[in-house]
Design a protein around this ligand. Structure first.
Ligand code: NG6
Ligand code: CA
Length: 508
């Protein structure tokens, strides 16, 4: 009898909570959609799960990111769609799995625009709701038609897929052209010194990382031995454009100034700002203010620099009176790598710091450290601080933020998990296909399944386990977050279910 009474009171309690949660959720939704909050996505480049002290990172303090985590929702199962940059950014901006687009791979600086100008995008969605939309920072989604003349207006690019204003670098900090591009025009270009870019062959008489080591202030380890800019050898060849070339050490301050200016200019209308920072991607070039500050070499130093930048940016939001009306989403495009092609000591100076945060693999990998990244939502006065285990992916921002601003946007792959993102629900996605170099794996519930793949087990150049194996791999991430125990043989039922779900999404 007692048991019965207990059970029924538990049931009443349970119903009570559901109802109150639901009505609370509905009410909040109404308020939020009515106010049209600003949205800022702060996106880091190669920042690992363990690179943030709020995520347990040791040997390095990131107080400003930690503040967002402590005052917002800190996701422990937050994912980029992919273990490299271009595909992750593609998914973030289009809400579509990148492996559905065969060209969504790490792109050279001369690649044509990857996103179709007719495709749905996150900025277009915001624009349709009366938002101003802007991007500051790394693009790496291709520009123009593939035959870009860098001395003319460059189009199509971010401005043709929904961003009303753009201030970008074309590809990566280690790829040419090493210039900023504002709304399709190279900034500071002297027409008498035109820019030429070629990824196949050098321009006659131009020094390279291979031939002119005496000119280098940073030594290359693999790749990165073509044109030299600011004493740093790059991927690809470039000639001319001297006055327009960026100064690597000033890049963080430069993008910060642009992002702050964006806030000032657009504070009177709802805006969406995609702030794509360059750290801690190679070449790691901290401003002298940060050199040596981490004790972990340049990789640690640029993480401190990035954290400082984020603090300054938030201060600006506060000063402009925008903080309580701005949803901030912070994440990273893929997991960490130490030596990614330059001898900058990143792999020698780790001490206690584990960029992977106990996960297996890293950038380029199908193991967890490739795609599981810091993922934080922060909205002062609107989001109750919590740690959430909900499975969330950057690809879901399109559908979720559409709901936030009062519209609907569906793609085949972006899921509306707004309540999880705002912390009012712990339910995220049920499953997610993860990608590394066009190979895919399935996360579902607590499980990760990697199908058999040919290829090296380890990328020796970067010293990262890629996830390739002749056998199926199955891990219970709840019990075995570092993925040491392959349960594919001992849990055949689960493996079967995972394969079926994977094939249902991926196709056979
Ligand atoms: C690789 C580069 C690496 C990095 C990466 C892109 C070599 C040998 N390696 O090809 O240094 O630039 O591309 O990184 O060139 S990402 O974060 O933009 O995906
Ligand atoms: Ca990256």
């Amino acid at each position: 009898n007692l048991k019965k009474i207990l059970l029924s009171s538990l049931a009443i309690l349970a119903i009570g909570t559901t109802i109150s949660c639901k009505s609370k959720g509905d009410k909040e939704k109404k308020v939020e959609t009515a106010t049209k909050p600003n949205v800022v996505v702060i996106y880091l480049d190669d920042l690992g799960y363990g690179d943030v002290s709020a995520y347990g990172g040791k040997g390095l303090e990131t107080p400003n990111i930690d503040k967002l985590a402590a005052g917002g929702v800190q996701f422990t199962n937050g994912y980029a769609s992919s273990a490299t940059c271009t595909p992750s950014r593609y998914a973030l901006l289009t809400g579509v799995y990148p492996w559905k687009n065969k060209d969504a791979r790490i792109l050279p600086g001369t690649a044509p625009l990857l996103i179709s100008t007719t495709q749905k995008t996150l900025p277009k969605m915001f624009k349709s709701q009366g938002y101003d939309t802007g991007i500051v920072g790394k693009w790496h989604l291709g520009l123009g038609d593939g035959h870009t003349d860098w001395n003319q207006h460059i189009s199509p690019g971010p401005n043709e897929v929904g961003f009303q204003s753009s201030y970008i670098m074309a590809a990566t900090q280690d790829r040419v052209p090493t210039v900023y591009i504002e709304n399709g025009d190279v900034v500071g270009l002297d027409p008498k010194d035109p820019i030429e870019v070629n990824y196949k062959e050098n321009f006659e008489g131009q020094p390279t990382g291979v031939d002119n080591p005496e000119m280098l202030k940073m030594m290359w380890h693999h790749g990165h031995n073509s044109s030299i800019v600011n004493g740093i050898p790059r991927i690809g060849y470039m000639k001319g454009g001297e006055a327009a070339k960026w100064k690597d050490e000033d890049m963080a301050d430069h993008f910060l100034a642009k992002a702050k200016a964006y806030l000032k200019e657009h504070k009177n209308n709802p805006f969406f700002l995609y702030y794509a920072m360059q750290q801690p991607h190679v070449p790691r070039t901290p401003h002298p203010r940060f050199v040596g500050k981490s004790g972990l070499g340049p990789r640690g130093d640029v993480i401190l620099e990035a954290d400082w930048v984020i603090g300054e940016f938030i201060k600006s939001l506060e000063e402009e009176g925008l903080l309580e009306n701005t949803l901030i989403v912070l994440s990273s495009d893929n997991g960490p790598v130490l030596n990614d092609g330059y001898n900058d000591g990143a792999d020698e100076t780790l001490e206690k710091h584990d960029p992977k945060g106990g996960l297996r693999g890293g950038k380029y990998s199908l193991y967890e450290a490739g795609t599981r990244v810091p993922f934080i939502t922060y909205w002062k006065g609107h989001i109750q601080p919590k740690v959430s285990d909900a499975l969330v992916c950057q690809m879901d921002l399109l559908a979720s933020l559409a709901t936030l601003v009062g519209t609907e946007e569906t793609t085949t792959d972006s899921q509306d998990i707004l309540e999880a993102l705002l912390g009012t629900s712990d339910v995220g996605r049920e499953s997610l296909v993860l990608e590394a170099n066009t190979k895919t794996a399935l996360r579902k519930g607590d499980w990760l399944m990697i199908p058999p793949y040919k290829g090296a087990k380890v990328n020796e150049l970067v010293n990262i386990e890629l996830g390739n194996s002749k056998d199926f791999q199955l891990f219970n991430l709840k019990e075995d977050v570092s993925q040491q125990n392959n349960l594919a043989e001992s849990k055949p039922e689960i493996l079967k279910d995972m394969i079926a779900s994977f094939e249902a999404i991926r196709g056979k």
